[in-house]
Write a protein that binds this ligand. Structure first.
Ligand code: S3P
Length: 432
């Protein structure tokens, strides 16, 4: 799918009006599915992400012998307990999903069998040493292409608890070590120099694991006993980002985005936009399964522009492509620094963003670890590429709505990696 040559034509929009509900949060869906697989008894997950990435996770756990089916829109997982996975009869296919390969490797490392796991062309270029190092320290043996890229061959076995300081801020790596720690006999500690999303900590507690947070350290005690649960996934704030940006940019727009996850380790996006002058109101705050929820009411606003650097890059990492688009129409533009991680996402997002901005007639300067987009610019329309990256496709669909002329996005269907309904949902709120 990521290699398809699908094109999407985007017409300029007069304004956006109405209400939308978004598919379940991708990060939370992965975690609930993986933990449900190693919990005892059945779990039922409502509003599970429809994105291809989260379907990859379900397929992987099926290959590990776990029954998964759908009923009335919910995903039902027949957990077999911590020791219940079966040796896979085929390699696990993580597709385009970095979260699937990195987090599931933590579980595979503890199994008394060999697991092969790989994925598509983009996954095959993504760095894996960041999970291999702690898992090897815990006792697993892992072979990788050129010692660092997928596919991985994981020889699992009994694991030792470790104390590990993350060299890069990464919730995927933190999760991988915590999941491995579920199987190790004793206390596993992950210290993060920069705080990252804490969905794993919250989900682990929901399933009954003993997890503590002390300052920047997360502590888990193994071997854990997890119990199947009924859970509901909030709408994905990283998907909401495209709708927030579009409504902010296009004069006269007013949108209600319902049932969005507003976990404080994810919601820097809302604070950052409000800091730029965005009119966004949170209504109907709620809490479910330890996660914060709310509706977002957004209307078109004049934005000042801003700087993303240091710790804030980790908090906004997935939203930077669409923030770059917003930066171009803001008063002072957007500067991004300390974000070399962007170069190893689904595409090199510094290069992808810069290439597409340039193709749409917008000036941008890149650096090794960021970029600067001057403000007060206009998008002229044109032909852009998704670079096989869902967030690049969606960010430039937003740019197309605000452009003077039509925009064509090549390989646009890659949006379905996280949001298969994206173009249809967008069409439902456009006024021309
Ligand atoms: C994710 C963490 C982030 C993010 C990714 C999802 C997660 O990646 O970019 O989309 O669910 O934990 P890193 O852990 O590589 O920073």
């Amino acid at each position: 799918m990521t290699h398809s040559s699908s094109q999407q034509l985007i017409h300029p929009a007069r304004s956006l009006k109405g209400a939308v509900r978004l598919p379940g949060d991708k990060s939370i869906s992965h975690r609930y599915a993986m933990l449900a697989a190693i919990a005892s008894g059945e779990s039922r997950i409502g509003n599970y992400s429809t994105g291809a990435d989260c379907q990859s996770t379900l397929n992987c756990i099926r290959t590990l012998g776990i029954p998964v089916h759908e009923a009335e829109g919910d995903v039902i997982i027949g957990g077999r307990g911590l020791r219940g996975l079966q040796a896979p009869g085929a390699p696990l296919d993580a597709g385009n999903s970095g979260s699937t390969i990195r987090m599931l490797s933590g579980i595979a490392a503890a199994q008394p069998f060999v697991t092969h796991i790989g994925g598509d062309e983009s996954i095959s270029r993504r760095p894996m040493q960041r999970i291999m190092k702690p898992l090897v320290e815990m006792g697993a043996t892992i072979f990788a292409r050129e010692g660092k890229f997928p596919p991985l061959e994981i020889h699992g076995g009994p694991l030792y608890p470790i104390s590990y300081t993350l060299p890069v801020p990464s919730a995927q790596v933190k999760t991988c070590v915590l999941f491995a720690g579920l199987f190790a006999d004793g206390v596993t500690t992950v210290k993060e120099p920069v705080r990252t999303r804490d969905h794993s900590e919250l989900a682990l507690r929901e399933f009954g694991a003993e997890v503590d947070t002390e300052g920047r350290s997360v502590i888990i005690r193994g071997p854990a006993r997890l119990e199947g649960r009924n859970l509901v996934v909030p709408g994905d704030l990283s998907s909401a980002a495209f709708f927030l940006a579009a409504a902010l940019m296009i004069p006269g727009s007013e949108l209600l985005i319902e049932g969005v996850g507003l976990n404080p380790t994810r919601s820097l996006l809302v604070d950052f936009l409000v800091g730029m002058g965005a009119s966004i109101r949170v209504v109907n705050p709620a809490r479910r399964n330890g996660e914060a929820w709310g509706d977002l009411l957004v209307s078109a606003s004049t934005l000042r522009g801003g700087v993303i650097e240091k710790e804030s890059t980790a908090g906004l990492i997935d939203e930077i492509p669409v923030l770059a688009v917003l930066g171009a129409v803001s008063e002072q533009g957007l500067t991004v620094r300390d974000a070399a991680e962007l170069r190893v996402k689904e595409s090199d997002r510094i290069a992808s963003v810069a290439s597409n901005l340039t193709r749409m007639g917008v000036k941008v300067e890149t650096t090794a670890d960021g970029f600067h987009v001057p403000g007060r610019q206009r998008f002229r329309g044109g032909q852009v590429d998704s670079f096989g990256d869902h967030r690049i496709a969606m960010a430039f669909a937003v740019a197309g709505l605000a452009a003077d002329d039509e925009t064509t996005i090549d390989n646009a269907q890659v949006a379905s990696v996280s949001f298969p309904e994206f173009y249809a949902t967008l069409a439902s709120i456009i006024e021309r």
